[in-house]
Design a protein around this ligand. Structure first.
Ligand code: PHE
Length: 471
């Protein structure tokens, strides 16, 4: 059993207080704005069914085996991600340079953290807006009574282009994240997940069921689940695989980091299955929650990030009690985002603690400061800096501001590359004995997993990356 220590104590390594705590924290890391904002936006931008079904295929055949690979490297290493890769490499007689894979992951996690907290800030804005509205509309009233459809829709572009507001919200969200991460694994990170994730599930399902009666559910189901092979181009595939990794928190050494706090008794194959099932169902439920409203209102499904922020509030305008339900919904989104940003901050923080031997507080403060600077550039990229396209000279990043650039850079490049290297590492480099003792699989399932990690993951990932980028 990994000892669970109180925040701030040193020497003994920190750990989850139970298997359930690990599962909830890992699900908390996986479930977030990736499921609620990015998944519907990507599904809409990539034509619906073809994307969604290919995404599910990626989750099962690539995401799940890579998730098990990452957690087992972490649990074996019992250290920050680069140290865990190095340990497994050295014990397998391979070069310690494999720790590079984790270093790339740590960098990716930091980049994602920087723009993730900008989006988290937007969520806080909606929490505040709905809270203020609740005061004027009352508990039983619909949201934004007296405001037109257009007025509610206009809130979003007005907010994201307002520099001081988005930067302030970004700082707010980062500080909340800092608070929990600085308190440590069992003292802080775990507490957020154990209390908030169950509330999140109940609310999401309730709002979806409620919406199913009024929205265009039939149209949504055929949009999301009709497979049209002609639409499955290389860039749709790259988008789907990138979304699969982003959503499962893979390729950023996040699950390696969380895996390092897992006790020896936990069966990693089983927990990986639970995490994948939970994450995928939340993404699909989010789609079934948002698109019926989009179609019922006659809007286009390719509304991007606006889908959740602009479209959903309409639903709350139409229903009695909408002010209260809307507030509950955005509070829930903020919770989900927080359990993910906590994971994102933990990855570089654990690295800083191990590498520079500083306290958790110092490490988290350093990471926060860095994320704040980079985040401000993303926060301003929808307003004052909207004309600045940092990597615009590369076709993949054409016309993208800082936020979109970082999203593409991580989602379409560094996450899939990190996962590709991890599958090669576990499939070919690491000694079989080490892996067999960690993965919790037997017989046919074990052989299947090994086949996926050795052959399917590297080949499919390399092909999708090459065709998606150059095709
Ligand atoms: N998986 C999270 C989400 O879907 C984002 C995330 C990525 C969190 C990588 C941790 C690591 O919102």
């Amino acid at each position: 059993m990994v000892a669970s220590t109180s925040p701030g104590s040193s020497g003994e390594r920190e750990g989850w207080s139970s298997r359930t705590a690990f599962i909830l924290a890992a699900i908390g890391s996986a479930v977030g704005l990736g499921n609620l904002v990015r998944f519907p936006a990507e599904a809409g931008a990539n034509g619906g069914g073809a994307f969604v079904l290919f995404y599910i295929l990626c989750i099962v055949l690539i995401g799940l085996p890579v998730l098990l690979s990452e957690t087992l490297i972490g649990r074996h290493g019992q250290a920050a991600a680069p140290e865990s890769y190095r340990k497994m490499a050295l014990e397998s007689g391979a070069s310690k340079q494999w720790e590079f894979v984790a270093s790339l992951g740590v960098l990716s996690a930091f980049l994602v953290l920087s723009f993730y907290c900008v989006l988290g800030g937007w969520v806080l804005y909606y929490v505040g807006t709905f809270a203020a509205d609740l005061v004027s509309s009352g508990v039983t009233g619909p949201a934004f009574a007296g405001s037109s459809f257009e007025q509610v829709e206009a809130l979003f572009p007005a907010m994201i282009s307002n520099g001081p507001v988005t930067v302030a919200l970004n700082i707010g969200f980062l500080l909340i994240t800092l608070y929990f991460v600085s308190r440590g694994v069992s003292g802080g990170i775990e507490k957020v997940a154990v209390y908030l994730m169950p509330i999140f599930f109940i609310l999401l399902v309730a709002i979806t069921v409620y919406g199913a009666f009024g929205g265009a559910m039939g149209e949504t189901v055929s949009y999301l689940f009709t497979f049209e092979p002609a639409k499955l181009s290389a860039d749709v595939m790259l988008a789907a695989i990138g979304q699969a990794f982003f959503s499962l928190s893979l390729g950023v050494a996040g699950m390696v980091t969380y895996g390092a706090y897992v006790s020896r008794e936990t069966n990693l194959a089983k927990t990986s299955g639970i995490i994948v099932a939970a994450d995928t169902s939340v993404a699909l439920i989010a789609g079934l929650c948002i698109f019926p409203i989009v179609f019922a209102a006659g809007l286009a499904p390719n509304g991007g990030l606006g889908l959740m922020f602009q479209t959903l509030p309409h639903a709350f305008q139409d229903i009695p009690g909408g002010a209260l339900i809307g507030l509950a919904f955005f509070v829930m989104v903020a919770f989900a985002a927080l359990t993910s940003s906590v994971a994102l901050m933990e990855v570089p923080s654990a690295w800083v603690i191990d590498r520079f031997k500083v306290s958790r507080l110092v490490a988290t403060l350093l990471v926060t400061a860095g994320a704040l600077v980079l985040g401000a550039l993303s926060a301003l990229s929808m307003g004052a800096l909207s004309g600045w396209h940092p990597l615009g000279f590369i076709p993949l990043f054409e016309g993208q501001g800082m936020l979109d650039t970082l999203d593409t850079l991580t989602g379409k490049l560094t996450l899939p590359i990190g996962a590709l290297l991890t599958s090669i590492f576990v499939g070919w480099i690491a000694e079989k004995r080490l892996i067999d003792s960690e993965n919790g699989l037997e017989g046919g399932l074990h052989r299947l997993w090994l086949f996926l990690v050795r052959w399917l993951c590297p080949i499919a990932l390399a092909a999708i990356l090459i065709f998606g980028i150059f095709g």
